[in-house]
Design a protein around this ligand. Structure first.
Ligand code: PRT
Ligand code: ZN
Length: 285
């Protein structure tokens, strides 16, 4: 039977979350010791373990059908492939940083500077669009040490917590790109691979939706019910069930993670009691 081939990072920052995503989609995999490739036990999927930088090329060539890779790599490599879904992990930004001592006012301060980066295309494009002329030095690793050893005046690199920049006496001054892991695919997938990809995407979207929402249960005195349910949208509308204690009802609903604490504070102040919050595994609408 035909299998869809998915490329994921062999080791590194995207590895654990990529495997977890497949597991959350109920796809069982056994990872061998050599970790070159493996086959899912209960879904038509073959998993290839690769360096993240190589994934876009393999997708363009059709060696892999789909792959999980940072948007930063995809945009830098400019291969003919499609982004199918953002995945919500591997979040970071591609930023320009300068020595702390530099009195940075605006982007014009970068005119004539030497900048070290592993992202020459994205940096060049950013400067060209802003009419800045800077000398770009492409280096493949440890970009943050370049100003300290006199290789460049400033850098452009990925940042998440900012502690690497801080430890190297640098400050972030411009953000070129907000990035996260994405699911990308070969430009055209034939039957039945297109169907398998749609099935996988359906599962991924259900898992993503569930992660962004919480199931909430609360007890509500009946005289407060109307007011309280106006704060609880639910998927269609909240569920209201009678309790043995006839003065109260149990209310069940689904709340978006981003609005969660605001809603809970309102519910408490309106008289909700015994609030329980549960994770949701999947949401299929
Ligand atoms: O071996 P392989 O080539 O596959 O891996 P790699 O070493 O090239 O990549 P890896 O595993 O470091 O990163 C894989 C992907 O994770 C990147 O392409 C991004 O999409 C994403 N990602 C998210 C990050 C970061 N956050 C990140 N902080 N990639 C790298 N960093 C590095 C950054 O380069 C800098 O050195 O972490 C340092 C900064 O981190 P903070 O927390 O100190 O700001
Ligand atoms: Zn890499």
């Amino acid at each position: 039977m035909d299998k869809l081939k998915i490329a994921i990072q062999k080791s590194g920052r995207l590895y654990e979350d990529s495997i977890k995503l497949l597991k959350d989609c109920s796809i069982e995999i056994n990872i061998g010791i050599d970790k070159l490739k493996t086959t899912a036990l209960n879904f038509p999927l073959e998993i290839l373990f690769l360096r993240d930088d190589d994934i876009p090329q393999y997708l363009e060539d059709g060696v892999a059908d789909i792959g999980i890779v940072g948007k930063n790599i995809l945009l830098e490599k400019r291969k003919k492939i499609k982004i199918k879904e953002t995945l919500g992990f591997g979040k970071c930004r591609l930023s320009i940083a300068v020595p702390k001592s530099l009195d940075y006012i605006n982007i014009n301060n970068l005119n004539g500077k030497k900048i070290a980066t592993s992202y020459p295309f994205l940096v060049q494009r950013f400067f060209r669009e802003r009419c800045i002329s800077a000398e770009i030095h492409e280096i493949s690793g440890a970009v943050e040490i370049a100003p300290g050893i006199g290789l460049a005046d400033c850098i452009c690199d990925l940042v998440s917590s900012g502690s690497t920049l801080f430890m190297n006496g640098l400050k972030e001054v411009e953000t070129i790109l907000q990035s996260e892991a994405v699911l990308a695919s070969h430009i055209h997938l034939n039957y039945p691979k297109n169907l398998i990809m749609d099935k996988l995407l359906f599962r991924i979207r259900a898992v993503k939706k569930a992660k962004n929402n919480k199931y909430i249960l609360l007890n509500v005195p009946n005289d407060r019910l109307e007011k309280i349910i106006s704060y609880l949208p639910g998927i269609k509308s909240p569920v209201i069930l009678p309790l043995a204690n006839s003065e109260c009802s149990s209310v069940h609903s689904v709340v978006n993670e981003n609005d969660f604490w605001g809603i809970v504070e309102n519910l408490k102040s309106l008289g909700a009691q015994d609030i329980l919050v549960l994770p949701i595994e999947k949401i299929i609408l």
